[in-house]
Design a protein around this ligand. Structure first.
Ligand SMILES: Cc1cc2nc3c(=O)[nH]c(=O)nc-3n(C[C@H](O)[C@H](O)[C@H](O)COP(=O)(O)OP(=O)(O)OC[C@H]3O[C@@H](n4cnc5c(N)ncnc54)[C@H](O)[C@@H]3O)c2cc1C
Length: 532
């Protein structure tokens, strides 16, 4: 069947915060096509964000303080120029959201409420609707997007391949839910496909967070970097009854900050022996504390009963999640587990979001800008999506205007011979196996011997599926993360190796995958060149 061919100036793939921000800033005189697998403004991780956006606008705060906190969290791995650029741009991006109509929370004197979050030295997290920040920001941008001329939306469509002419990305092939295929040819293509938490059996991420953008980018010739750095949130509400592939609700640090304690089955607090800040220690330390209890066969609980009935008032959204799972936080201990939450690694980009593949940009969680280093500071990812979304739009629009090359559809359309999807049941079984292996061996605590065994298993599994199928991509991506974790013989940020429990000066370098999946290392000063 001949696909419909559609021409555009800029193609944006992914309709979360990053994708919407690019589309809104790139339109005007240019035609933008935005493709989203689900529903714009409702899909992806962005609407799930509860904490808010970190911006240094408070009295006594400054972008410099914000940058310093970001670098401490990043464990010596942040790109200082990018950190400065993002923190400096925060206030302007916040003003823009206010103009766009996002109803950020205000005090009685009409000033913005600035919240305090762990590892931030100042109160600087703005929220909307209490813990409904992501939902309200996305709803506002989605409304504005629908009213913007020159933006064409394709919802319920999945991009299955990028199209290259020579070494240049010139668009993408999409599949509609009813199986129809469409080709979009564009001067500039932007990946904004979000994270990969759903490669793990326990994750806070929505079902669509499977890292498809990373596979698309790599096949088109873009480099991937630091894939081993995954952040685990310590306290997902984990009753063991979770439907497979569905996100686990989070019980935030703020609840622990209000006096809730972590206890094992025997009611013993265990974090006090591990860190002076006990339950309020950094996320990776709390995650490992819980993991160690679980490894001994103990279930772990968050005991928030001391908050009594005030829990419902202070944490309305978490209260609803608890009720839905059959728990009353005023009287019940809440079962918890670490969950895969955020991917610091991604498609390597420069300060304008350009990848190493010509014609291709990336932003949001799929990209690795250098902002987060080895560990993300809470509430910095929405900020990154806003700042880089604007920068990518500017850069891609500039290229689209200058190039103005006649768009042809001579591109590699042999995609239409895409192999038949493998047996769905077999692919689904393989996916569950990937998720279980990733959780057990490429999760909170890793070690060399297990990583090697997992890599062998991934190889065997991949051989059972056609090379250009979605499940093959998923297995390949999982094995790249495992390989990067195996190569990094140290512990740093979100990456912990029980056989190398300390950071090592020898590992002040980044892991990089080229388009054939070959892994190498680069020193920080050489990394900037890797996006070119
Ligand atoms: C529960 C939770 C709470 C969080 N809280 C905060 C917070 O308070 N503050 C903060 O800063 N960060 C928070 N984060 C992280 C933050 O939400 C994400 O990092 C950020 O929203 C990512 O935005 P994005 O636009 O890159 O991706 P997403 O919002 O995930 O959007 C990606 C979109 O791409 C689409 N897509 C993917 N592949 C394809 C394809 N092949 N074809 C078409 N479409 C595709 C998906 O359907 C999805 O809608 C939280 C994350 C979670 C899961």
């Amino acid at each position: 069947m001949t696909p419909v061919i559609h021409f555009s100036d800029i193609l944006v793939i992914g309709g979360g915060l990053a994708g919407m921000q690019v589309a809104l800033h790139a339109s005007g005189d240019l035609r933008v096509t935005l493709v989203e697998g689900g529903v714009i403004g409702e899909s992806g991780a962005s609407p799930q964000a509860k904490g808010g956006v970190a911006v240094a606008v408070g009295e006594g705060d400054s972008p410099g303080f914000h940058a310093a906190d970001t670098e401490v969290a990043g464990a010596g791995f942040c790109d200082a120029e990018i950190v400065k650029l993002v923190c400096d741009a925060g206030p302007a991006r916040l003003d823009e959201l206010l103009w766009a109509g996002v109803p950020f929370d205000r005090a009685e004197d009409e000033r913005l409420v600035l919240n305090h979050e762990a590892a931030h030295s100042h109160r600087r997290v703005v929220r909307a609707g209490g813990d409904r920040s992501g939902r309200l920001i996305c709803a506002t941008l989605a409304r504005n997007l629908r009213e913007t001329p020159n933006i064409e939306l394709r919802q319920g469509c999945t991009v299955v391949e990028l199209i290259c002419e020579g070494e240049r990305v010139v668009g993408a092939c999409l599949e509609h839910r009813d199986g129809r295929r469409e080709v979009v040819i564009a001067q500039a293509t932007v990946l904004a496909t979000g994270g990969l938490g759903q490669l793990y059996a326990r994750s806070s991420n929505p079902p669509e967070a499977r890292g498809t953008g990373l596979s698309l980018a790599m096949r088109a010739g873009a480099r991937l970097v630091d894939l081993e750095f995954v952040q685990f949130h310590p306290t997902g509400l984990w009753a063991g009854t979770q439907a497979v592939g569905q996100p686990v609700a989070l019980l935030s640090e703020a609840i622990r900050g209000e006096g809730a304690h972590l206890v094992n089955e025997r009611g013993q607090r265990f974090m006090c022996e591990i860190h002076p800040d006990a339950e309020l220690a950094p996320r990776d330390i709390v995650s490992r504390g819980i993991w160690a209890q679980q490894a001994r066969g103990e279930s772990v609980y968050l005991d928030a009963t001391a908050l009594g009935k005030s829990f419902a008032r202070r944490f309305p959204s978490a209260y609803e999640d608890c009720q839905r799972a059959g728990f009353n936080p005023a009287t019940d201990r809440l079962p918890v587990s670490p969950v895969a939450h955020y991917h610091m690694g991604g498609v390597k980009v420069d300060a304008d979001g350009r990848t190493s593949a010509k014609g291709l940009w990336a932003c949001g969680e799929v990209a690795s800008t250098g902002l987060h280093g080895a560990n993300r500071l809470a509430s910095n990812s929405l900020l990154e999506a806003l700042v880089f979304g604007e920068r990518v739009a500017r850069s891609a629009a500039e290229v689209a205007r200058i190039r103005n090359a006649p768009l042809s559809a001579r591109a590699n359309l042999d995609l239409m011979q895409w192999p038949d999807a493998p047996d769905c049941a077999a692919a689904e079984r393989a996916l569950q196996q990937v998720r279980a292996l990733m959780w057990a061996t490429v999760g909170v605590v890793r070690n060399g011997a297990e990583l090697e065994r997992t890599l062998e298993q991934f190889d065997q599994m991949a051989a059972r599926f056609p090379a250009r199928s979605a499940i093959h991509d998923t297995i390949t991506l999982a094995s790249l993360i495992a390989l990067a974790a195996l190569r990094r013989c140290e512990s740093r940020g979100g990456h912990y190796r029980s056989d190398f429990p300390q950071p090592s000066p020898d590992w002040q370098k980044h892991t990089i995958f080229d388009s054939s999946g070959i892994c190498s290392e680069a020193l920080p000063q050489d990394l900037a060149l890797s996006a070119r």
